[in-house]
Design a protein. Structure first.
Length: 370
């Protein structure tokens, strides 16, 4: 073998060695990048959880707004093209939040009937489906271009199937290498958020209009009303008890008592600014939340209000005693007032005011700051 051949062989050996070293370094680099990516995903998951907590704990947002913000966090933080959350409300499946056009909602609300997702729902496991170019996902009817990949996550709350979370991508095989472990953690956080938000939704939906006064019932304060109240760090809460309302009903008539309650409510409402909230709290009590106000201003307002209302002349109507019809009665008030601090238990404050008014002398007619 001549010298040239030997040199060529040595050169090839060295080249192979260099290539091997480069491949090894490339593998190590990719492995490091993969670990870094996983670490970043874990950090991102913690950040997402923190974002979830901030949204859930914000009393200004309604339950609907919270669901939409939660869904926005999912799409933004995990760069998901489309995300849809569908929950069974006891009667039907309903899209709670989606960044897809509303025209597709009916299709989303029927996904639980699709054969391709039956095992996923039954076994509480995610289902990943995708297509190749020119194909369409099996649950899509008339649309072809929007989604090419999807992962279906069944949602179980306390081991009860409640709906599903569907993420979609607009490319074939888009989720082939996605970290499903991270997404499973996200799904569990989503379930926790849904449980809390649904409880808020129940409170918001339980509030009703009172037939006599036309006011919201007290539950309104804990849902929609709280969006206004918690714009401010502190507010003043007052509970107004019409101490002789039962007496008016017994000695005059139920219609007269209702007329008194309605007249008092209408007068108070006409005196309040839009940021103040008036509700019917109980049979003979009205609650006012003076959002963002301080005790000094409220004290003067309530003193004037009490003096005026106690001069209202309520005509007796529908009395069984004919001689009383056309005569008048004057309402008497006892008022308890206290401060409310944002994010604290407003319901406990009202219960405390109510207990105070119930325990005072039946004839007490005053304004008391607790």
């Amino acid at each position: 073998m001549n010298t040239g051949s030997i040199i060529l062989i040595l050169f090839i050996i060295i080249l192979i060695g260099v290539i091997a070293v480069l491949l090894l370094n490339n593998f190590k680099t990719n492995e490091s990048l993969r670990k870094l990516k996983n670490t970043n995903q874990k950090v991102a998951s913690l950040n997402v959880l923190q974002d979830f907590i901030e949204v859930i704990s914000n009393s200004v947002y309604s339950s609907e707004e919270k669901m939409n913000k939660i869904n926005s966090i999912l799409t933004e933080k995990y760069e998901i093209k489309f995300s849809t959350i569908v929950i069974f409300d006891g009667i039907k499946y309903k899209v709670e939040s989606s960044n897809v056009s509303e025209k597709h909602f009916k299709m989303f609300e029927q996904l639980h009937t699709q054969e391709i997702f039956e095992d996923s729902i039954k076994n509480a496991t995610p289902k990943y489906i995708t297509v190749n170019q020119g194909e369409k996902l099996p649950y899509l009817d008339n649309e072809f271009e929007r989604a090419k990949s999807a992962i279906f996550f069944p949602i179980y709350v306390d081991n009860i199937y409640m709906g599903y979370w569907l993420i979609e991508g607009n490319k074939p095989h888009e989720f082939d290498n996605i970290d499903t472990t991270t997404l499973d953690v996200v799904k569990n956080n989503l379930i926790s958020a849904i449980k809390i938000i649904r409880k808020q939704g129940v409170i918001e939906n339980i509030a009703r209009y009172d037939d006599v006064t036309g006011l919201n019932t007290y539950e309104y304060l804990y849902g929609t009303g709280r969006k206004t109240i918690d714009k401010y760090p502190t507010s003043i809460v007052s509970l107004i008890k019409i101490i002789n309302l039962q007496q008016i009903e017994e000695k005059a008539s139920k219609k007269t008592a209702e007329s008194a309650l309605k007249g008092i409510s209408e007068y108070i409402k006409s005196c309040l600014s839009p940021e103040y909230i008036l509700v019917r709290y109980s049979n003979d009590e009205l609650a006012i939340v003076f959002s963002g106000s301080e005790s000094e201003g409220v004290s003067k307002f309530l003193a004037n209000l009490k003096a005026t209302i106690e001069q209202l002349r309520i005509k007796i109507i529908n009395s069984l005693r004919e001689d009383l019809n056309g005569q008048v009665v004057l309402p008497k008030l006892n008022i308890a007032v206290t401060s409310y601090y944002k994010e604290t238990a407003l319901e406990n404050i009202l219960i405390n005011l109510d207990e105070y008014l119930e325990e005072t002398d039946a004839n007490e007619s005053d304004i008391t700051f607790l």
